[in-house]
Write a protein that binds this ligand. Structure first.
Ligand code: CTP
Length: 133
């Protein structure tokens, strides 16, 4: 059995998120998702996510392609999470291309292309700008 792990904020859930999770799951038989905590987002991006970590985890856990969910408390603990969850493969979007190559000692590392033209940041900007169809 191949266990796949991936990480992300998954705030204001969108189709790019579904695409990467469905494709990550196709690389194995069990998908584990580390959802970054509210505090982690505050410390890295200087703002809290729109959806709480509890709600973001609830959404991710409800997906058919997801088997297990946990809170990612620190970006520096990837190796520890990979070992703790016995993951064989780390999947990340290619916005992280090359950034996790040092983890190739402990698991396979795969970068998948992002879905074009959609991001949480862009959705928030569009909503803020009071766009008209
Ligand atoms: N992702 C993707 N395609 C997109 C947007 C995100 O494949 N269009 C992937 C990212 O590569 C990552 C995961 O979804 O592996 C979670 O990304 P996250 O940063 O939570 O979403 P973004 O929409 O990129 O959020 P932001 O705009 O705040 O950076």
């Amino acid at each position: 059995m191949m266990r796949v792990i991936t990480f992300g904020t998954f705030d204001v859930f969108h189709v790019g998120h579904v695409n990467i999770l469905e494709r990550a799951r196709l690389h194995g038989d069990h998908l584990i998702v580390g959802v970054s905590s509210d505090e982690l987002n505050m410390s890295k991006k200087n703002r809290y996510p729109i959806y709480s970590q509890q709600d973001r985890m609830h959404i991710i856990r409800s997906l058919r392609c997801v088997d297990e969910v946990f809170v990612e408390e620190s970006l520096e603990l990837k190796a520890e999470y990979i070992k703790y969850y016995n993951a064989d493969i780390l999947v990340m979007g290619d916005d992280w291309q090359g950034k996790f190559d040092h983890l190739k000692d402990i698991c396979q590392v795969i970068y998948l292309p992002r879905t074009p033209s959609v991001s949480t940041t862009e959705i928030i900007e569009i909503v803020k700008s009071d766009h008209n169809p």
